[in-house]
Design a protein around this ligand. Structure first.
Ligand code: FAD
Ligand code: SIN
Length: 533
């Protein structure tokens, strides 16, 4: 058994920011961070566009950033949370800079503020098109200096420990469900570890791998959301899955799909059909820079209407030097596929990008389970509503990491470890013989979600998805109870849960709003419902 004061699951921007803050503030506390592959692998590392923050108060204002966020969220944002994130955001960005994060500057020394879809002003701080990699680098370097912060790589958190593991019956209606830590598989030794903590934080990121095409790396399998669901915690807004409009179309197929940042459109790139028609103004007066739900749906419509495999992003009119300086990674990736962005239009398609729903938390990041907090993409804080505004995710993670660290330090001294936790019970299981059972189910799951629960939905498609998910669920549960635990099996199981939650929430929302569009209810309801699970 591993004992720690605070257990943080996840080493992206959410987990690392929080762990760092706790470690710096209380050197007497031990902070343990688990990460399921290497410390560097996370959605955070792939972030391109940057961090949205009101920086230039002469041109920009908190009110404008708040209005843009509310507008993108299509009526479902929690206005109080939006204000908190927008107003506290710039201070959090300054801390990131103090910890060594570099953001690009203009020649006069001011930060070079980019623009993305749905933003009325230039307010995106970025480091070329590698913002996430730079943030991850700086956070890991800072974490390395903290003697009371232990980062365990290749530890796969499997289940949250609650009263259920002490032999009590726990249902969604049980009051006072409490978290005592997690069971985690040490992938290097193959041992299942019991890790107990006074406070536990889930910062496990998104679940893009539930779709065939996604910008998310392979670690994005919704583990934290599924764990909280199994522990009978509250989730919200799972139907709002954000598809990024412009992943690079690559006929060879790659996982993850390579992103062509929205910042490219902010820089002047224009969406066109293959034969050069700029179509976005037919859908929204903001054209190529409309919010993501609108642009992704428009592209989906153009592709289906015309029978094309992709639409194009035209950058051929842009200043080549400026383009290469701002987007070196995108430029080089295109070149590697024989596309010269300065001469050829870039072929793009929508791809699953971000989960707007997740573990419901309050304004201090506390989940519905006692002593369990959640931070980052795995949460539903109320900031994004029905559609996230570009570059608000990194900001949200930092603001909530700060708030959670304050909340934890407020009362950790009154919480004791629960040490009477039984070890993981693996009796009656055998080694899996056929990995193909897992890999094939994973493929089927992605097909089901992409075909029936994608950008455009309908009652018939959702019903079909649910029927097929049920079969996958039963087969996977059989495997889970009879074979010994492997990360692949657990990820499949978690993704099936995510698929179920997205599909069920989508079926419950009898309207079209933000990222959820169904042909059976194409309009908005006046009565705004919240989909709670
Ligand atoms: P992550 O960074 O994904 O970290 C999750 C961590 O949890 C990882 O370390 C993972 O290994 C670990 N983990 C997961 N499950 C387990 C488990 N079972 N056991 C142990 N560890 C586990 N947002 C913006 O605001 N601006 C952008 O420019 C931007 N660009 C993006 C570009 C791309 C290509 C992508 C994919 C996303 C982008 N986003 C952007 C979204 C943003 O990057 C993410 O929402 C954000 O980084 C999530 O941070 P996080 O810390 O919550 O999760
Ligand atoms: C991008 O660079 O287009 C991604 C920004 C985001 O997801 O917020």
């Amino acid at each position: 058994m591993i004992k720690t004061d605070i257990l943080v699951v996840g080493s992206g921007i959410a987990g690392l920011t929080l762990a760092l803050k706790l470690a710096k503030k209380r050197s007497d506390l031990n902070i343990t961070v688990l990460t399921k592959t290497n410390e560097n692998e996370s959605n955070t590392r792939y972030a391109q566009g940057g961090v949205a923050a009101v920086w230039d108060l002469e041109k920009d204002s908190y009110e404008k950033h708040i209005d843009d966020t509310l507008d993108a969220g299509d009526g479902l944002c929690d206005e109080e949370i939006v204000r908190i994130v927008v107003e506290e955001g710039p201070t959090r960005v300054r801390e990131l800079i103090d910890w060594g994060t570099r953001f690009d500057r203009e020649q006069d020394g001011d930060y070079d503020l980019g623009k993305e879809g749905g933003h009325s002003e230039n307010r995106i701080l970025h480091y070329k098109d590698l913002t996430g990699q730079e943030i991850q680098r700086a956070l890991l370097a800072e974490a390395d200096k903290m003697p009371n912060l232990d980062l365990h790589e290749h530890f796969f958190a499997l289940d949250l420990i609650t009263q259920h593991h002490l032999g009590y019956m726990v249902t969604r209606l049980t009051p006072g469900i409490t978290c005592y830590g997690t069971y985690a598989l040490n992938k290097q030794t193959g041992e299942m570890e019991t890790i107990i903590a006074r406070k536990t934080v889930v910062a496990t990121g998104g679940a893009g791998q539930v779709y065939r095409n996604t910008t998310n790396p392979v670690i994005a399998t919704g583990d934290g959301i599924a764990m909280v669901y199994r522990a009978k915690g509250r989730l919200e807004n799972m139907e709002f899955v954000q598809f990024h409009p412009t992943a690079l179309y690559n006929p060879a197929g790659e996982n993850p799909d390579f992103l062509v940042s929205e910042a490219v459109r902010g820089f002047g790139g224009i969406l066109k059909t293959k034969d050069g028609e700029a179509f976005m103004k037919n859908y929204d007066e903001r054209g190529s820079l409309a919010p993501r739900d609108i642009v992704a749906r428009a592209i989906d419509n153009e592709i289906k209407k015309r029978g094309d495999e992709y639409v194009c992003l035209d950058c051929t009119h842009l200043d080549p030097e400026g383009f290469v300086a701002h987007f070196p990674t995108i430029y080089n990736k295109c070149k590697s596929l024989g596309i010269d962005p300065m001469k050829d239009m870039i072929p793009v398609v929508p791809a699953c990008h971000y989960m707007c729903g997740g573990i419901r938390v309050d304004e201090k990041g506390l989940s519905s389970i006692l002593n369990l907090y959640a931070c980052g993409e795995c949460t539903c804080t109320g900031l994004h509503g029905a559609n996230r505004l570009a570059s608000n995710s990194l900001l949200e993670a930092m603001v909530f990491a700060h708030r959670i660290h304050e909340a934890i330090l407020d009362n950790i001294d009154q919480v004791n470890l629960q040490e009477a936790i039984p070890d993981w019970d693996a009796k009656g299981t055998t080694q899996p013989k056929e990995m193909v059972l897992i890999t094939q189910s994973w493929k089927e799951l992605k097909e089901i979600m992409s075909s029936y629960v994608g950008i455009v939905r309908s009652n018939t498609r959702l019903k079909r998805a649910m029927d097929r998910l049920w079969l996958l669920y039963r087969e996977t549960e059989d495997l889970y109870t009879t074979t010994s635990i492997s990360p692949q099996l657990c990820e499949l199981r978690n993704l099936i849960t995510i698929g179920y939650l997205v599909t069920r929430s989508a079926a419950m929302r009898r309207e079209s709003r933000g990222l959820h569009y169904t042909t059976d209810f194409p309009d908005k309801n006046d009565f705004i419902e919240v989909s709670i699970m």
